[in-house]
Design a protein around this ligand. Sequence first.
Ligand SMILES: NC(=O)c1ccc[n+]([C@@H]2O[C@H](COP(=O)([O-])OP(=O)(O)OC[C@H]3O[C@@H](n4cnc5c(N)ncnc54)[C@H](O)[C@@H]3O)[C@@H](O)[C@H]2O)c1
Length: 432
Amino acid sequence: MSKNIKRREFLRKGALATLGLSALPGIVGATSFNRLRIPASDKLRVAHIGLGGMGNQHMKWFAELADVDIVALCDVDPDHLNSTMQKLKEMKPDTKAQGYTDFRHILDRKDIDAVTVATPDHWHAQIARLAFQAGKDVYGEKPLSYDVAEGQAMLKDLKKYNRVFQLGTQIHAGENYHRVAELIQSGVIGKVNTVRLWKKGFSPGLGHPAIQTPPPYWDMWLGPAPYTDYFPERCHFTYRYFLDYSGGVFADFWCHIADIVWWSFHPKGLRKITARGEKTDGVADAPKWLDADFEFDNMKVYWTTNPPDVPGAAEREIGAYFEGDKGTLICDYRTRSLTINGETVQDVREVPQTLPRSPGHQQNFVDAVKSRSQPESNLEYAREMTLPMHLALISWRLGRSLQWNPEKEKFINDKEANQLLERRYRSKWDLV
Ligand SMILES: NC(=O)c1ccc[n+]([C@@H]2O[C@H](COP(=O)([O-])OP(=O)(O)OC[C@H]3O[C@@H](n4cnc5c(N)ncnc54)[C@H](O)[C@@H]3O)[C@@H](O)[C@H]2O)c1
């Protein structure tokens, strides 16, 4: 055994011992999902809406599932539609998938069971709600919605129309997060009183581009968002740095790492939100960086752009630092490496399995559709996990701390803040 391996093994055992894990038994209590109780059809008939970076990923993921038939693709931009159709044909030469530039044609089709939505954020909720109303289940991208009111309306419609929804936080299905949730839930670091989340990196300013003639699809791309002049930076991919459509790096990454907190112990009773930040120096108006403090009943959650100043945090681009009354733990979004009581180890495999393993995030959705159950990242869960992100953006926009009533889901005695819980849709694109 090389010196390095010996040292790594020593560190790993040391870290485990500090958590009292070295004596734990192996795999116990693992369960698996109940698949295909009520088959909706032999193959689930799926359509993909929004075919940019993530939508292409959706198409590839679902095309690889044996019990899925991709029957339609849709993008307002015909170039994106054609290029994804071409890729689908390469993967599935016999495909009969139809292409559309208006998702309403997909919702009109009675033979489609489910849609995936990878449009920019400002379209997520409305397409999902219209899909629910049309009797379709939805695999929808994060963030769940553009604002708080949209998340509330989505949940209401999900229940009313008895639909199934999975948020596209695919990391949730991976072994890494299952294991971290099991560690925290096992109580090895005791009662967690503080969590520090971070994501390094700024939202870019995108310079000061000149206004251009918009492409024919610009009005529909904007949809419920306010009409504005066009320059390409407002559209594909970099839309996420404009508040009309999203909320910058913070909104983009919040749920990827907040997921492990809500999964591990679901903080309850959010009372106060204080966000700080800086504007970009360009045309983009999302925060260049944003740090936020969240005061829940009995615990605090912090979001920062720089990692906390503790061993094992600085080298991680995106992570979570849990402080419990018996110990601390840092986990990572991208790797299985953990820092336990200040000692970093590449992996910990000895964690007893108490959570069901996922068959894969997309398969979990397909199984849930067929069995009429809710998948792991279901809408109720996703909405509660996403809500603090919206509230922090409001605190940042107003430049002050905000008091929240978690039961009423309203700010306390703050008309100005409450107005920002909901944006009115452009009437032409208010379709629900
Ligand atoms: N889960 C993840 O890890 C992950 C990763 C990247 C992006 N995302 C999410 O996926 C979504 C899309 O992000 P992206 O980077 O692919 O953006 P993108 O700009 O590359 O793609 C969005 C696509 O949606 C299309 N579109 C816009 N409005 C539409 C409408 N009404 N109907 C049909 N198509 C429409 C656009 O033309 C574009 O092709 C975002 O919400 C983002 O947060 C998730």
